[in-house]
Design a protein around this ligand. Structure first.
Ligand code: NAD
Ligand code: WQD
Length: 339
């Protein structure tokens, strides 16, 4: 029996594949390399001691996906594959709906036809928008996200809930807060294409001298230091939560199961907290300037992750500083590959 991991060479997917192998699962990866690179497969093998089966194709190609299901006994799927750049999703909405939803539906067609259950979906705290109350638990009302990217996550959740109910299947919707960090080996991490939009890659590239200055988007928020607050969750901790969520589905004899979990640390950190923690962790300086707020940004979001602790026996273990040390190690590794 194998677990299909789509987007398994991507940032969160690659870390999760390592944890799945460590836990004895057979892994089959489908990734079209649209936002990842082949060397990650070798690094997974180096870290986990086993090379997963890998198919390089686009999940929108249903006929190729059917062949994978014919070739392997798939007992579940963790679906990471998606396009994820918020800004890009606003200018390429049709491409985002197509990639994120057609891929999902193609897998669900295979699941439906073959009677397979156990589907884990990468959702996001973006489905809550700016919540009225902190911390955010799973009962916090959802708000239709402003971005097309966010909408694909909310729609994906709805599609999966209908799927579980209609066909009596088991699903888990994992709402990540802000994933950060890299593998402690320094050999897996986030590969930002071009100029990064997200905070941690921008901070890292500034410290490395690739970017001149970090722009801090706004210091006039209603927070202690005026900068916006997020819940930064270490990617290896996040990867482990997927294994726990999968085991819970596999062990459950109920049908349907509709699990929903917030995955965060439960602690909010401001942009300035992140800059300071990065500087302390790595003994480097990050130059920055204060700029106007970025359009679409919210003031504050951090998780109440008690439900995951209670039901998945999982909680975040790694400090912000420790996570940020691994990011620097990953940057050094990327530099060494480029030289
Ligand atoms: P990523 O871009 O690093 O990984 C996604 C992988 O999917 C890439 O390797 C890409 O090549 C592959 N892919 C994309 N479309 C595909 C397709 N049609 N067919 C086959 N492969 C395809 O992204 P990530 O940061 O690892 O995110 C993984 C998932 O988690 C995504 O669904 C993302 O929306 C979600 N998520 C990410 C964050 C975050 O901040 N990183 C936060 C919340 C949710
Ligand atoms: C964090 C904070 C910025 C860059 C996005 C998506 C969300 C989720 C995670 C997938 C904010 C500030 C950033 C910079 C800055 N992805 N910042 N200067 O916006 O919380 O969430 O990624 O689901 O859907 O919207 O993350 O890392 O972009 O920003 O000051 O150069 O850092 O304003 O307060 P965000 P982020």
């Amino acid at each position: 029996m194998a677990i299909l991991v789509t987007g398994g060479l991507g940032y969160i997917g690659s870390h999760t594949v390592v944890e799945l192998i460590n836990n004895g699962f057979e892994v089959v990866i489908v990734d079209d390399l649209s936002n990842s690179e082949r060397f990650i497969l070798n690094n997974i093998e180096e870290i986990a001691g086993k090379k997963p089966v890998f198919y390089p194709f686009d999940l929108k190609r249903r006929e190729l996906l059917t062949q994978v299901f014919d070739a392997h006994k798939i007992e579940g799927c963790i679906n990471f594959a998606a396009s994820k750049a918020v800004g890009e999703s606003q200018v390429k909405p049709v491409d985002y709906y197509e990639n994120n939803l057609f891929s999902l539906i193609n897998i669900l067609q295979e699941f439906k036809e073959r009677g397979i259950s156990n589907f884990i979906f990468s959702s996001s705290c973006t489905v809550y928008g700016q919540a009225d109350k902190m911390p955010i638990d799973e009962n916090t009302p959802l708000k239709m996200p402003e971005s097309v990217y966010g909408k694909t996550k909310q729609m994906g959740e709805e599609i999966l809930i209908d799927f579980a109910k209609a066909y009596n299947r088991k699903i888990s919707l994992l709402r990540y807060f802000n994933p950060i960090g890299a593998h402690p080996s320094g050999k897996l991490g986030e590969l930002p294409l071009g100029v990064p939009n997200n905070l941690i890659p921008y901070v890292t590239q500034t410290a490395a001298g690739i970017r001149e200055k970090l722009s801090i988007w706004g210091d006039d928020y209603d927070t202690e230091d005026g900068t916006a607050i997020r819940d930064y969750i270490y990617v290896v901790d996040l990867a482990k939560a997927h294994v726990s969520a999968l085991k819970k589905l596999l062990q459950s004899s109920d049908e349907p199961v509709i699990d929903i979990f917030n995955l965060g640390t439960g602690k909010g950190s401001s942009v300035l907290d992140v800059v300071k923690a990065f500087e302390t962790a790595n003994d480097v300086k990050v130059s920055y300037q204060i700029c106007p707020r970025r359009e679409g940004d919210i003031t504050i979001a951090y998780a109440n992750a008690d439900k995951a602790e209670k039901e998945l026996h999982w909680k975040s273990e790694t400090s912000l500083e420790e996570s940020l040390r691994t990011v620097w190690k990953w940057q050094e590794y990327l530099d060494s590959r480029n030289n």
